[in-house]
Design a protein around this ligand. Sequence first.
Ligand SMILES: [Zn+2]
Length: 261
Amino acid sequence: MARDVRISSLASRLGMNADALAEWFFDHGVPVLDGRSFVPEARALDAESRFGRDPKQELERWLDERGVTRGPHHKDALQTLVDIVPVAERGPGTVDDLKSHITLHCAAEPCRVLANRSLQLGHATVAFATDRRAECDVCGGSDNAQAARAMIDACQRAGRSRLLVVGGAPGTAEALLALTEGSGVDVRIAFDDRTRSTSAAEADVDWAHIRVVWQDTEVSHTLSQRYTEYASRKGLPFVTVRRRGIKALCEAVVLHVWKAR
Ligand SMILES: [Zn+2]
């Protein structure tokens, strides 16, 4: 969590006059009164980059705090970063700028792969492994988020961006929609047969690139039948997922996409 930093203590650390530092903050758009005021941690780091230590040191500290273990790779990656954002141009925002080029990933394979992929795609980012799963930029320590990201990636790579899910309890459906929102993979979920007419159900089947029946849920048999029968008449495949949970659904979709390649 970001903390607020008192200007006077920051100033003494940097060997500066507190009121002069407050003035500098004020000139740079931070609403402060004097040396006794507080500034957000990110702004304090700006001041440190400008007046104090090397931004690379700040960055190292930031990485340490986030559970990144130092090693040979760590050193090379930091050098790459500094090459991306020349330290010669250091000033307010340098550290934040450097941070924006860093992706942290946990030990899980999907997260490692996804974090490193941005490099292959030509984005100027550096991936670091962290011991702390909650710091993972891919999954944030959540199994569901991790599985959803891996699924989104698999779907996009296969060029199949429309997913139809028949079944799933309303709460689960909402969570899945939230995890995939804005990802480029469109998800439609049908879990209530009273709200979907037969023609709407058929349109959903035609629309989808990937069709899933999530059976170990509250989906009524009539509802799923309406979809699966139409699909089978048209020769369109339906994946059946019998395990509960978003993770299970996402894993089944990934498996299906890989098999279909
Ligand atoms: Zn992760």
